[in-house]
Design a protein around this ligand. Structure first.
Ligand SMILES: Nc1ncnc2c1ncn2[C@@H]1O[C@H](COP(=O)(O)OP(=O)(O)O)[C@@H](O)[C@H]1O
Ligand SMILES: [Mg+2]
Length: 277
């Protein structure tokens, strides 16, 4: 078992001017990455039964970047996302996030007795948006995800894809700068997923979100990501990184996307084999 370094990292130096990120053509030089994960390890439990889920993971996500994280089941993807969301603390290392985060899961986790609009309004309420403005803002957010005609439906009256769109509108209602998505479309059929890819891509660009999207679906990662990070299997480490220099809009079945997915799959297979062997 790997022994964790008990020493926390010293505070990070501010990024030097030389590595200031260009803000994806938005004309703003970002001084710090939106998310900085520095030498993060996470161990669950203690003693012989302890599980080292993440081992010295370092990763910067630039503002406006769409980062996909792939890896085999159990490799620590959700653990990493939870650390970025602040739901859990690293055992070692630091996580710095600029701005507000929102987390989306495979299940939309909407309140079943509230309509789509009321679910979004709740996020606005938590953000202290005055009551009189909430309804209008919720409707605006729902039209952003093309659900304006379903505002007064309850979750059980919506399809799985629609529920995820409500969850996306709610995340935006939380005022998210950094959107964290944990296999959000894993339960959807391929066609619905395809539509949601278009939606998320468009919304992330329009809202200038920084996105970390976790999936075990390599094609989905190549369809969506500016960059793909492959985590190794237990403990999770950054095993490889792939840029995705494919113009948008993209199609999941395009030769360019398929070719990158094939490269990532080769590496993923190696990782899975290594772990199994
Ligand atoms: N709260 C927890 N307590 C104990 N072990 C955990 C906990 N959360 C995750 N793990 C373990 O950490 C490892 C990584 O889990 P997870 O991050 O959920 O993987 P992934 O999302 O990549 O499938 C797994 O071995 C899992 O069993
Ligand atoms: Mg997971």
């Amino acid at each position: 078992m790997t022994i964790l370094d008990p020493h926390l990292d010293p505070p990070l130096e501010p990024a030097a001017a030389g590595d200031a990120a260009t803000d994806h053509g938005r004309g703003v030089a970002a001084s710090a990455p939106a998310v900085r994960i520095a030498d993060v390890s996470k161990r669950f439990g203690s003693g012989p039964s302890a599980v080292l889920a993440l081992d010295r993971v370092s990763l910067d996500v630039e503002r406006g970047e769409f980062l996909c994280i792939v890896g085999a089941s159990g490799c620590g993807k959700s653990t990493l996302l939870n650390l970025v969301a602040g739901l859990d603390a690293p055992s070692a290392g630091t996580v710095d996030v600029q701005g507000r985060v929102a987390l989306m899961f495979q299940e939309a986790a909407l309140l079943p007795w509230r309509t789509a609009a009321q679910n979004v309004e709740l996020a606005l309420k938590f953000r202290k948006v005055p009551r009189a403005e909430r309804r209008a803002q919720a409707l605006e957010l729902l039209s952003l995800v093309r659900l304006q005609d379903f505002a007064d439906k309850r979750p059980h009256e919506l399809s799985g894809g629609m529920r995820q769109r409500v969850a996306l509108a709610r995340a935006l209602g939380q005022g998210a700068d950094v959107l964290l998505m944990d296999e959000p479309f894993g339960a959807l059929d391929a066609i619905t997923r395809d539509v949601l890819h278009d939606e998320v891509e468009r919304v992330a660009a329009e809202q200038q979100l920084t996105t970390i999207f976790v999936t075990h679906n390599v094609r989905e990662a190549a369809r969506l990501g500016d960059r793909i990070v492959l985590l190794s299997s237990r403990p999770g480490r950054v095993a490889a990184e792939f840029g995705v220099p494919v113009e948008r809009p993209r199609r999941i079945e395009s030769p360019e996307v398929s070719s990158i997915a094939a490269d990532v799959t080769v590496r993923l297979r190696e990782e899975v084999r290594r772990h199994a062997g």
